[in-house]
Design a protein around this ligand. Structure first.
Ligand SMILES: [Zn+2]
Length: 274
């Protein structure tokens, strides 16, 4: 019985060794690999698959962040970043639409965004946002239930902001530092509540993306260096049949037409003392 086992074992060993023996093709591949030129991403082709032309490349992130947020006193409220560079910042709110194609789009295009998420529309699928986060995009605070904050007292606002802070930290592993108040509505109590919940800045916007077009604060309907732009996780139900990726493609076209790159907000905004 024992001898039989040994024979079988030896037979298997030979088979395994045989499989490891490099074939001629394998040898060729091994000699070619080290000298092969690294694969260069064909940006035009990648963007072309989404019906787009590449945006200008974003400059290197500044060594010294141009917008510093203090950690004492009222939380700073801002809608742009002081910079001369031709960059704008994309923020995407709420989280209702969870289109897998959008994950593919950002994976392909590598356009940075900041996600301001509201718990009651993401809790059915927290995981959707994780691959977007893995691309380097930050998750930030947009309250638990999307109320008009100023009609709540300080305690009510704290429940909304600190509550979402807890959920997002648990789900995504990092504590948000920025708050987007729902409907862009805030008051002194929002600043106070945000401070007490560990938020450093309240982020407004200079232009917002609709279905096809951008709505500008500027009467000349132009983007300016450092502008913060608002979009939403929306799909066909909210966009009259257009998809999230179609809306986002329209947005990128508007940005490109005006000669701007898209940079990461958190590379330009941060605590004065880390
Ligand atoms: Zn919102």
């Amino acid at each position: 019985m024992r001898a039989f086992r040994v024979v079988v074992g030896a037979g298997l060993l030979v088979a395994v060794l045989g499989a490891c023996e490099p074939s001629e093709a394998g040898k060729v591949a091994r000699t070619v690999k080290p000298s092969a030129t690294p694969v260069v991403r064909d940006e035009a082709a990648v963007w072309g698959e989404w019906g787009l032309k590449p945006l200008p490349p974003a400059p290197e992130p500044p060594v010294d962040k141009p917008l510093k947020l203090g950690r004492k006193g009222p939380v700073k409220v801002f809608d742009r970043v002081p910079t001369e560079e031709r960059v704008v910042f994309i923020t995407i709110d709420d989280g209702q639409e969870k289109d897998p194609r959008f994950v593919q789009m950002l994976t392909d295009l590598k356009v940075p965004v900041t996600m301001f998420l509201t718990d009651n529309v993401i809790q059915d699928d927290y995981a959707y946002f994780k691959p977007l986060q893995a691309l380097g995009n930050h998750v930030q605070n947009h309250t638990l239930t999307h109320p008009v904050l100023p009609i709540l007292g300080l305690d009510g606002q704290k429940r909304e902001i600190c509550g979402n802070q807890k959920v997002l930290t648990k789900q995504y592993g990092t504590e948000p530092t920025l708050l987007r108040p729902p409907y862009g509505r805030w008051n002194w109590a929002t600043q106070q509540a945000a401070r007490e919940c560990g938020i450093d800045g309240i982020v407004m916007w200079r232009a917002s993306m609709q279905i096809h077009d951008m709505q500008y604060d500027d009467v000349n309907k132009k983007l300016h260096p450092g502008d913060i732009l608002l979009a939403h996780f929306r799909g066909p139900e909210q966009l009259k049949g257009e998809s999230m990726t179609e809306m986002f493609a329209h947005m990128l076209k508007r940005i490109r037409k005006q000669g701007f790159a898209v940079a990461r907000l958190e590379d330009y905004v941060g605590r004065d003392v880390p």
